[in-house]
Every structure is written in structure tokens, then in C-alpha cells.
Design a protein around this ligand. Structure first.
Ligand SMILES: [Zn+2]
Length: 78
């Protein structure tokens, strides 16, 4: 069974209240797994200079309820 809690929807509902003119509020979700990620930043050498890049880190647990996300290998079609 896929992880399913309503907290993310509640957060999005809260954003809509605080920013009523915003549309298409998109959480940092990885599309394939449905897991949330955090974007870290780092400096990476690029053409003799340092360039700031994003480093996405996929979370192993839901940041809202703390439930562990399913391991992809254990997911079966049923
Ligand atoms: Zn959750």
C-alpha cells in the first residue's frame, strides 16, 4: 500500500489561504515514487569557476507524519 496521509493536502490548503492569488501550488514531490525531497545547494566546479547547483535529497519518511515510505523494491502491482 502506498503512503497516504492528508497532511500535504492540508499544507497546500494553508498556502492557498495565505496566498489566494497563487495557482498550481506544487510540492517538492518526486513524480515516480511520490516521495518528498529537500533541495540542498552546493558549489560545483564548472569551467574554472564554482557554480551553485541544487542537490535534491529524497526523504525516506514522510516529513509530516513520520511514516516510512515503502521501499520501491517491495512495491508490487496488485
Ligand atoms: Zn504522511
Amino acid at each position: 500500500m502506498k503512503h497516504k496521509c492528508d497532511r500535504l493536502n492540508q499544507v497546500i490548503a494553508g498556502i492557498k489561504i495565505n496566498y489566494p492569488d497563487h495557482e498550481n501550488i506544487t510540492p517538492p514531490l518526486e513524480l515516480l515514487s511520490g516521495r518528498m525531497y529537500l533541495n540542498f545547494t552546493a558549489d560545483k566546479p564548472c569551467k574554472g569557476k564554482m557554480k551553485q547547483v541544487d542537490v535534491p535529497v529524497l526523504l525516506s519518511k514522510c516529513p509530516f507524519c513520520g511514516e516510512k515510505y515503502e521501499d520501491d523494491k517491495e512495491v508490487t502491482e496488485d
